[in-house]
Design a protein around this ligand. Structure first.
Ligand code: AMP
Ligand code: MG
Length: 295
């Protein structure tokens, strides 16, 4: 199944999250059955990212948004962690610093946009400014309601300048969130992830859902589509995200750059260097023998 088609929010359509099954897992029974496919995409992802880096002409921006415990960290670790760190960077967006807050909301985002040849992964993003800011009234409706258009214009500018944009909403159910909160309590290695705000924010589930539905509906565009990824099953989420990223990278029709040197000439230079090295090595062997003989 082509997940890009199945999960893409078609521009102009209205998303209803309660009608999308967060536990969807396609034809797969469990993780084991998806593993072969996942490994194939993982390998392709590595190769394509290497090509993106080598070509150095275009860039990829991956935006991850979700409710708390929705799996943003896990997606970065399992799917995108397979990329070469030399050509990829992850940015986590927290409550804006004083300096960030003193600028327009897109300022810090633009600074983190990927250079040509690079992949940037956003763990949260400018969408927080129409999510948490809207749900908690951090700014007035007059302010946040203008942001959808500002976001579309901003993303269009990036896209027109060679940045391919993919936006993933990792969709979990409220029950799954609670199950993950329980896991965090039960596993001491996950205690550090627990935050008071998890429980506070959970009470705003419906408000967040509405805010997400608006963001997904109003900001899914041809140049920067949103994908709603069923994410109750972590392994299915990883499979779907990897397939979509691979397909997007393939569509960029990248090629290795032409060598900056004449390969024929370089081959001659190589052979010359090889002969010189052989001559030097022969000399060394004789030289050593000679020294030994003197002792
Ligand atoms: P975490 O990703 O769990 O480390 O949490 C980061 C926190 O920063 C979340 O509570 C976000 O809602 C918050 N945050 C991120 N961006 C913004 C923003 N633009 N305005 C207000 N809060 C934000
Ligand atoms: Mg958190």
């Amino acid at each position: 199944m082509k997940y890009s088609e199945k999960f893409r929010v078609n521009p102009g359509s209205r998303v209803r999250l309660d009608r999308i099954d967060a536990a969807f897992k396609d034809k797969h029974e469990d993780q084991a059955s998806a593993l072969v496919e996942l490994e194939k995409y993982t390998q392709q992802l590595r190769e394509l990212q290497y090509l993106l880096y080598a070509e150095g002409k275009q860039s990829l921006l991956i935006i991850l948004q979700a409710m708390d415990a929705g799996g943003k960290d896990g997606t970065i670790n399992h799917v995108l962690g397979n990329m070469n760190p030399q050509g990829s960077r992850v940015y986590g967006f927290k409550v804006p610093s004083a300096e960030e807050a003193a600028h327009d909301f897109l300022w810090r985002i633009h600074l983190a946009a990927p250079q040509r040849g690079q992949v940037a992964i956003f763990n949260r993003s400018h969408y927080e400014d129409v999510l948490v800011s809207r749900v908690h009234g951090l700014v007035s409706k007059k302010v946040w309601s203008k942001r959808y258009e500002q976001i579309n214009d901003f993303e269009k500018n990036l896209a027109d300048n060679g940045t391919h944009i993919l936006k993933f909403f990792l969709h979990i159910s409220p029950d799954e969130q609670l199950r993950r909160f329980k896991q965090r309590i039960d596993d001491p290695a996950r205690h550090w992830k627990i935050s008071e705000s998890d429980y506070k924010e959970r009470k705003y589930w419906d408000d967040y859902s509405k805010a997400f539905e608006d963001a997904l509906s109003r900001c899914s565009t041809a140049h920067a589509p949103w994908y709603v990824i069923p994410a109750n099953h972590k392994w299915f989420r990883n499979l779907a995200v990897s397939q979509i990223v691979v397909e997007a990278l393939e569509s960029l029709k990248m090629t290795f750059p032409q060598p900056s040197v004449d390969i024929g000439e370089i081959k001659e230079k190589y052979h010359q260097a090889e002969e010189e090295a052989a001559a030097r090595n022969n000399g060394k062997v004789k030289g050593k023998g000679g020294k030994k003989g003197k002792k």
